[in-house]
Design a protein around this ligand. Structure first.
Ligand code: HEC
Length: 704
C-alpha cells in the first residue's frame, strides 16, 4: 500500500512540474484547439462540481446569421471567445456575455468545407487569429478582425504556395486549425480522396510573413526514405495517387519540441493496384522535430490502406505509469477501435502489437498487404464485424429476417479487402473513434473515448462493366462521384449524401459547375477534373434523355487518368425504420486506463427517442464531436444525434446532468473562465445525421 501511495505521489509531483514548465496555466485556459497543444480536452477549473452541476443554466446565446453544421471547438483568450460559423465567418465574442465584438467574412452559405476552429498566436501586442477558408490561410488582428496586410498578400496565403507545381490546380483546403509552435503555424490539409489528389505535405508557415519554413513529404520524393514502399511508382509525379495528408490535426509536446502528426490514407481510397506496397508515410503517426520538420520516428497503423482507415483525430499526450516507471506517452485512437500507445521520445509501443495475417484481395491488380497491426492491449472499444452473428441483428428491426439474409451474404472478415461482393465494415468509415477525438487526464493516464457502432457496406464495381458502354461523363462520374452519390445517382439520405437524379430541375448548369469545382460543405471540390471532362460530367448529370446516346470516348474528352474500379457508395446497414440494423449500443463512451490497458467503464451514449418512449433501455446513438474532462471528476459531451449535452461522472460513467440543445451539437465543448467565472460552451449547428439546422453558440454557467 505504501509503495502504491509513494508511486502515486511521485506522479503528482512530476505532473505539477510538467504543467508548470509547460507554462501559461495550460489546463485552466482554453487558448488552443481542444484545450491545449497536447489536445487533452482537459480542464482544472473546478467551480462546476458533481454537487452543483444540476444548477447549470444557459447564461448567453450567440446567433450567427447563417445556419448549418458547426464542428468548431471555440478558443478563449482573456475575455474574447473566437469561433467559426457554418458559412465560415470567423467571429470574436465577449466570452462573458456572448456579445459580438467583430465578424469577418460574408453571411452567405458559401461553397467550401466545414471549420473546426481557429488558432491564436501572440508576441507582445501583436495578437493574431489564423483561420482557413477555401485554400487560403488568413491572419487576422485578434482585436479587430481585420486582415494583417504584411502576412502573405493582403493578410492571406494560398496553402498551395507550399506545395509542388503539380498541386496548384488541385483541391487543397483545411478544416482543422493549425498548430502554433513559436513563430510557426503547422497546417493540417483536407484533400481529395479520389483520383488526382494533391500530395499531403505537412507544411510549417511563418506566422509573421506567411512564408513556408519547412515541409515534410508524407509521399516521399525520389531519393527520400520510404520511396521504395510504393512499388515502381514515382509517387510524387503520379497523376492518380496522392494525399496521405494530416487532416485530423496534430499534438505538440512544447517542452520536447516534438510534433505528433497522424497521416491519412493515400488516395484514391479503396483501390490501390497502382500503389503496390506498404505506402509510407500514409496512415502513420509521425514524430517530427517541430523546428525543422525532420522525422524522428514513425509508426504505420494500416499498411496499404484499402478501407479509408486513417487516424481520425489528433493524438493525446498523456503520462502513464507502467510497472512503476513514469512514461511520457502519446496515444492514438483509431477508426478501427484500437488505441495505440507509444513512448513519446522513442516511438516504442507501450503495449505489444501483433501483425495479424489478413485476407488476400480478389480484385484484379490489387495486392492487399498480408498483415495488419493489432494491439494485444487495450482491447478494441467498438465491436468488430468478424465477431458479429445473426444474434447481433437488431431486436428492434421490423424486417429482421431480411436483414439477416443481407448479413449472411456479406463478407464480415476482419480486414476483408474491397471486392465486387459486399463486405460489412464494423467499425464503419467514421469509426469507432472520429474527428472529435478523445479527452485525456494528462496526469493520471486515463483516456475518455466516444465511439460509433455503425456497420457500413463496402462494395466495388467496375468502371466499365462487361458490355456496358459508358459515356465519358458517366465514367468520370463513377470514378469521382459514385462513392458518395452512389453508382445510380440516388445518393443516400441516411448517410447525408443527396440524390443527383433530376438535378437539372433544381440547379443550373452554372451552379453544378461551381459545386463540382469548389465543393460544398462536406463535399470536396474537383478543380483537377479538366474543363472538357467537367462539361461531359455535367451533360451526363443533366441529360434528360438518360444518356441513351453513347458518345465515343476520345483523347480530348477523357483526360482524367483511368482507374478500373469504383466504390459503389457509402451506405449504412439500416433497418426499415432507418435505425442501425445491428443491435445496440449504437454509440458508446469509454474510460480507458492507459496505465494498465484496461477499461474502467463503458456506457451507451445518447438516446433513440422513439425506443426510449417505448420503455427500452438506452441505445446510444451515432455521435460526432469529442468530450471535455475536468480534474474534479466531470466529463462533458454533446455529439449525439438526440441533441443533448450531458455531464457524466468521470469515475463511474454515471449520468449527472443533461440539457436539450436548440440544435444538435456535432462539436467539442470548451470550458473556460472569464471575469472570474466559469463557463461551458458549445456550438449547436445540427444538420448532420438528418437533424435540424441550428445557428447558436450557447454558454452555461452557475447562476450568481
Ligand atoms: C466525399 C463525398 C462526395 C463526393 C466524392 C462528391 N460529393 Fe457531391 N455532395 C456531397 C455532399 C455531402 C453534398 C451535400 C452538400 C451540402 O451540405 O449542401 C453534395 C452535394 C452535391 C451537389 C448539390 C446537390 C443539391 O441537390 O444541392 C451536386 C450537384 C454534387 N454534389 C455533385 C457532385 C459531383 C458531380 C461529384 C463528382 C465530381 C460529387 N458531387 C462528388 C458529397 C460528395
Amino acid at each position: 500500500m505504501r509503495l502504491i501511495l509513494f508511486t502515486f505521489c511521485s506522479i503528482l509531483i512530476q505532473c505539477d512540474k510538467s504543467s508548470l514548465s509547460g507554462g501559461e496555466n495550460q489546463y485552466t485556459e482554453w487558448k488552443h484547439y481542444l484545450g491545449d497543444p497536447g489536445r487533452s480536452h482537459y480542464s482544472q477549473l473546478a467551480d462546476f462540481t458533481s454537487k452543483n452541476i444540476k444548477s447549470l443554466k444557459v447564461v448567453w446565446e450567440y446567433e450567427s446569421k447563417d445556419y448549418g453544421q458547426m464542428q468548431m471547438n471555440p478558443i478563449v483568450v482573456d475575455t474574447l471567445l473566437y469561433g467559426v460559423s457554418s458559412a465560415l465567418r470567423v467571429f470574436a465574442l465577449d466570452a462573458r456575455s456572448g456579445k459580438e465584438v467583430w465578424v469577418f467574412g460574408d453571411t452567405l452559405k458559401t461553397l467550401f468545407s466545414n471549420s473546426r476552429g481557429v488558432s491564436y498566436w501572440e508576441s507582445g501586442n501583436d495578437k493574431r487569429i489564423f483561420y482557413t477558408k477555401g485554400s487560403y490561410l488568413w491572419a487576422l488582428d485578434a482585436q479587430t478582425g481585420q486582415p494583417i496586410p504584411s502576412f502573405g498578400k493582403g493578410g492571406k496565403i494560398d496553402l498551395r504556395s507550399g506545395l509542388p507545381a503539380s498541386a496548384q490546380e488541385k483541391f487543397v483546403i483545411s478544416s482543422t486549425p493549425g498548430t502554433i509552435h513559436k513563430n510557426l503555424i503547422i497546417m493540417p490539409l483536407r484533400l481529395s480522396e479520389g483520383v488526382g489528389a494533391a500530395p499531403g505535405d505537412v507544411m510549417a508557415f511563418n506566422v509573421i510573413t506567411g512564408e513556408l519554413t519547412w515541409s515534410f513529404h508524407t509521399l516521399p520524393r525520389p531519393g527520400e526514405t520510404g520511396i521504395d514502399t510504393w512499388g515502381d511508382l514515382n509517387i510524387s509525379e503520379s497523376t492518380i495517387v496522392g494525399a496521405a495528408n494530416n487532416w485530423a490535426g496534430m499534438a505538440l509536446d512544447q517542452e520536447r519540441e516534438i510534433l505528433y502528426v497522424p497521416t491519412g490514407s493515400a488516395a484514391p481510397d479503396f483501390y490501390g493496384a497502382m500503389r503496390p506496397g506498404k505506402n509510407l508515410y500514409s496512415n502513420c503517426l509521425l514524430a517530427l522535430n517541430a523546428n525543422t520538420g525532420k522525422l524522428l520516428w514513425h509508426y504505420q497503423f494500416i499498411h496499404h490502406d484499402l478501407w479509408d482507415r486513417d487516424p481520425p483525430a489528433p493524438p493525446n499526450l498523456i503520462t502513464v505509469n507502467h510497472g512503476g516507471i513514469i512514461i511520457s506517452a502519446v496515444a492514438q485512437i483509431t477508426k478501427q477501435g484500437y488505441v495505440f500507445v507509444f513512448d513519446r521520445e522513442t516511438g516504442r509501443p507501450l503495449f505489444d502489437i501483433e501483425e495479424l495475417a489478413v485476407p488476400e484481395s480478389e480484385l484484379p491488380g490489387e495486392q492487399a498487404w498480408p498483415t495488419q497491426p493489432v494491439p494485444v492491449k487495450p482491447a478494441c472499444f467498438a465491436r468488430q464485424s468478424d465477431k458479429l452473428t445473426t444474434e447481433d441483428i437488431s431486436p428492434y428491426a421490423p424486417n429482421r429476417d431480411s436483414l439477416i439474409a443481407v448479413f449472411k451474404k456479406a463478407d464480415i472478415r476482419n480486414f476483408a479487402p474491397p471486392s465486387l461482393k459486399p463486405a460489412l465494415l464494423l467499425p464503419g468509415y467514421d469509426g469507432g473513434a472520429e474527428w472529435g477525438g478523445a479527452a485525456a487526464d494528462p496526469h493520471k493516464g486515463i483516456l475518455y473515448i466516444n465511439s460509433n457502432e455503425m456497420a457500413w457496406f463496402l462494395q466495388m464495381r467496375s468502371n466499365d462493366d462487361k458490355g456496358e458502354k459508358l459515356t465519358a461523363g458517366e465514367r468520370i462520374y463513377r470514378q469521382n462521384c459514385a462513392v458518395c452519390h452512389m453508382t445510380n445517382r440516388s445518393g443516400s439520405q441516411a448517410s447525408g449524401y443527396p440524390s443527383l437524379l433530376a438535378i437539372e430541375t433544381r440547379l443550373s448548369k452554372k451552379n453544378i459547375y461551381n459545386i463540382i469545382t469548389q465543393g460544398k460543405a462536406m463535399m470536396p471540390g474537383f478543380p483537377h477534373i479538366v474543363e472538357k471532362d467537367r462539361e461531359e460530367l455535367i451533360n451526363f448529370l443533366t441529360d434528360k434523355s438518360d444518356n441513351k446516346k453513347v458518345k465515343e470516348i476520345t483523347e480530348t474528352n477523357n483526360k482524367q487518368p483511368y482507374v478500373p474500379f469504383h466504390h459503389t457508395g457509402y451506405s449504412k446497414f439500416l433497418d426499415q425504420n432507418g435505425l442501425p440494423a445491428i443491435s445496440p449500443p449504437w454509440g458508446t463512451l469509454n474510460a480507458l486506463d492507459l496505465n494498465t490497458g484496461e477499461y474502467l467503464w463503458k456506457v451507451p451514449l445518447g438516446e433513440t427517442e422513439s425506443l426510449r418512449d417505448l420503455g427500452y433501455p438506452t441505445t446510444g446513438t451515432e455521435n460526432y464531436g469529442g468530450s471535455v474532462v475536468t480534474k474534479n471528476g466531470l466529463l462533458f459531451i454533446a455529439a449525439t444525434k438526440d441533441g443533448y449535452i450531458r455531464a457524466f461522472s468521470r469515475d463511474s460513467g454515471k449520468l449527472l446532468w443533461d440539457f436539450k440543445l436548440p440544435a444538435a451539437a456535432f462539436a467539442t465543448p470548451a470550458l473556460y473562465s472569464a471575469g472570474g467565472k466559469q463557463y461551458l460552451t458549445v456550438a449547436c449547428g445540427g444538420e448532420k445525421l438528418g437533424t435540424k439546422k441550428g445557428n447558436k453558440i450557447i454558454a452555461f454557467a452557475l447562476e450568481d
